[in-house]
Structures are given as structure tokens and as C-alpha cells.
Design a protein around this ligand. Structure first.
Ligand SMILES: Cc1cc2nc3c(=O)[nH]c(=O)nc-3n(C[C@H](O)[C@H](O)[C@H](O)COP(=O)(O)OP(=O)(O)OC[C@H]3O[C@@H](n4cnc5c(N)ncnc54)[C@H](O)[C@@H]3O)c2cc1C
Length: 308
């Protein structure tokens, strides 16, 4: 294959760019495929990033990721923007990556596509790892013994709420905009497990710092709000289309769409790694994703060198 690379990185957010800088530095033929017109991912939306090591003053997420993209290219990585990956074929040693524009091959693949889950549109619901979670399996150790409010608009939210009762102290379920058709049988199950079902409201905003979070709900009639105090808000709103691409290619994911990866970023498919938000919503902050991207790139490099 003429388009064969050592490493292809899907996603040019902080995790993908950090991985690209690392792979490029070590002389690997590296290609980053980014769906959007510019690289940087969700971090481009951050006006004042306060927690990035080395910056005493707030730094713009856009400027920071622009610098990362330049560094990746300077170190030899190729960066293709406006190239969404639409299919993966991973059954041979050389992995095949399809975009709407072309087909590429690689020996190692790093997934850095960010969260696979959809939100419901609440203010601050993307502040993951700060008392907000999208993946109950990734966050399991933090959910034990806690008061949890599940906010969802798909039937999976009912299933997650029921499951959570085996670990959490108290579980409530907000049927966001009454979009879940809760039948009699579900109602009985929820009652039996003592899950408070809240209907007639939409999730508006998540406030506060862990362990004390506040979930502001707006009445669907438009008249008034109410605030629930809790330890953790779990958002369950279905998965993004790319999760189906991963599942069809044989990559194991959690129920809510996160890629299942071990401590080295290895997925269920040999030579395929996952970094940043796509592998866990718990550590989904820019510095954590950058560190993860570099660490996982190291593992991919060792995989290419030693085949393990
Ligand atoms: C409003 C807001 C404020 C935030 N504030 C902070 C903060 O102050 N501090 C902090 O640490 N974190 C903050 N975060 C979180 C931070 O932005 C994320 O933790 C970080 O961007 C995750 O990095 P990532 O590389 O894993 O994923 P993303 O940033 O989500 O990047 C993933 C990239 O993959 C691309 N992609 C997805 N699917 C495909 C595909 N099929 N083909 C090709 N490309 C694809 C996407 O277009 C995207 O560019 C904030 C997030 C938001 C939304």
C-alpha cells in the first residue's frame, strides 16, 4: 500500500496532537486525521485554561493547541484536517483506515477521538471528571457509596440507573424533556430499587465542586426551576456514530461508548491503542489527555519496535 504509515492517529485534539509530537520526534512516519477544519478538538473552546503545567497565567485552548499542531508538523507528523475517518479494517497486520477522501494503511493505530457519548445540552455538562461522568464503567470506583443523579433522554439511562443501585447509596433519574418512554414495567423496576424518577423537567445546568454538585432543572412548562443536590451527575444520551465504526471493527467499548483500554492504552485489537477522552471520561482534562497521548504513543512505539 503506497499510503502506508507507521502510525495513524485518529483525532487531532490534545491527546492526538501530543501523541503525534511524540511519534514524530522518534522518526515514525505519522499521520493525524482530523474531522474538523482545524485541529485542537474540544480544547479550542476553552478561553482560559488554568490547569496547564508551565503557564502561570490562563492560556487560550485555541492558541495552545495551535502550537501543539505546529510542533507535531515540525517534528515530522503529517496533519490532515477535514478528513473524517469513516471505516476501519483491522483484521490484517497492516490496518486500513478509510476517510471520505482516501484510504490509508498503518502498522499501529492510535484512537484519540474524544468522548464517544452525546450530551443532553446542559451548561457545564462537558466538565467531566469534576463530578460529571458519561461512562459509569470508567467511573465505577468513584461512584461507590455516592448519591447519583442520572440525566438521560434514551432508554439506556433507565438501565444505567438500575445498575447503579448495586454500588451507589442513592440513585435518582431525570427523564430529560420526558424523552424516555417509561413503561409500566420500567416504573415498577425503578420503584422496586427505590430510584426516584423525576419527570416534567429538563436538565439545565450543573454547578458546584465535588463532592457537592447541584443540578439545576427547568420545568417543561417554562415556569420555574428546581435544584437537586448530589455527589455526581451521570449523563446518558446515546453514543456518537464513530462508536459504531469502532464496534464494527471489533474494538471493545464500554456500554456508553468509551474504548476499553488497559494501562498501556492497548485495546482489544492488537496494534490499536486509545488515548485521552475516548478511552475514559474520568481523566478527561487537557493536561491528563496530553499526558495520556504521549504515554500511549510510547507504547505504540514499543509495539512497533518489539511487536508486543
Ligand atoms: C467548554 C469546555 C471547557 C473546558 N474547559 C476545560 C478546562 O478549563 N481545563 C481542562 O483541562 N479541560 C477542559 N475541558 C475539557 C477538554 O477540552 C478535554 O478534556 C480535551 O479536549 C479532551 O481531549 P481529547 O484529545 O481526548 O479529545 P477532543 O478534544 O474531544 O478531540 C478529539 C478530536 O477527534 C476528532 N474526531 C472525532 N471523531 C473523528 C473521526 N471519526 N475522524 C477524525 N477525527 C475525529 C474531533 O473532531 C476532535 O478534534 C473543557 C471542555 C469544554 C467543551
Amino acid at each position: 500500500m503506497s499510503n502506508l504509515h507507521d502510525v495513524i492517529i485518529v483525532g487531532g485534539g490534545p491527546a492526538g496532537l501530543a501523541a503525534a509530537i511524540h511519534c514524530g520526534t522518534f522518526g515514525l512516519r505519522t499521520l493525524v486525521l482530523e474531522a474538523e477544519e482545524r485541529a485542537g478538538g474540544l480544547a479550542t473552546k476553552i478561553r482560559g485554561l488554568e490547569n496547564y503545567p508551565g503557564f502561570q497565567r490562563k492560556v487560550s485552548g485555541l492558541r495552545l493547541t495551535e502550537k501543539m499542531a505546529h510542533q507535531a508538523e515540525k517534528n515530522g507528523a503529517e496533519l490532515h484536517t477535514s478528513e473524517e475517518v469513516t471505516n476501519l479494517s483491522l483484521d490484517r497486520e497492516d490496518k486500513v483506515v478509510d476517510t471520505r477522501k482516501s484510504t490509508y494503511g498503518c502498522k499501529a493505530l492510535i484512537l484519540a477521538t474524544g468522548d464517544g457519548m452525546k450530551g443532553v445540552g446542559m451548561k457545564w455538562e462537558t466538565w467531566l471528571g469534576a463530578g460529571v461522568a458519561y461512562c459509569a464503567e470508567c467511573g465505577a470506583p468513584f461512584l461507590k457509596g455516592k448519591d447519583i443523579v442520572v440525566v438521560g433522554n434514551v432508554k439506556d439511562a433507565v438501565d444505567e440507573a438500575l445498575r447503579l443501585t448495586s454500588v451507589a447509596k442513592n440513585v435518582r433519574l431525570v427523564n430529560h424533556c420526558d424523552m424516555i418512554d417509561v413503561d409500566e414495567q420500567m416504573r415498577k423496576q425503578l420503584e422496586k430499587r427505590k430510584i426516584g424518577l423525576i419527570e416534567g423537567f429538563e436538565g439545565k445546568e450543573i454547578k458546584g465542586r465535588p463532592p457537592s454538585k447541584q443540578l439545576v432543572l427547568g420545568h417543561l412548562s417554562g415556569s420555574g426551576t428546581k435544584t437537586l443536590r448530589t455527589n455526581m451527575v451521570l449523563v446518558v444520551a446515546g453514543v456518537k456514530p464513530f462508536v459504531s465504526v469502532l464496534r464494527n471493527a471489533g474494538i471493545r467499548t464500554h456500554r456508553q461508548g468509551c474504548v476499553v483500554a488497559d494501562g498501556f492504552g492497548r485495546t482489544s485489537v492488537d496494534g490499536v491503542f486509545a488515548a485521552g477522552g475516548c478511552a475514559s471520561t474520568v481523566g478527561d482534562l487537557v493536561p491528563a489527555c496530553v499526558g495520556d497521548g504521549a504515554a500511549v504513543a510510547t507504547c505504540a512505539r514499543l509495539y512497533l519496535a518489539y511487536g508486543c
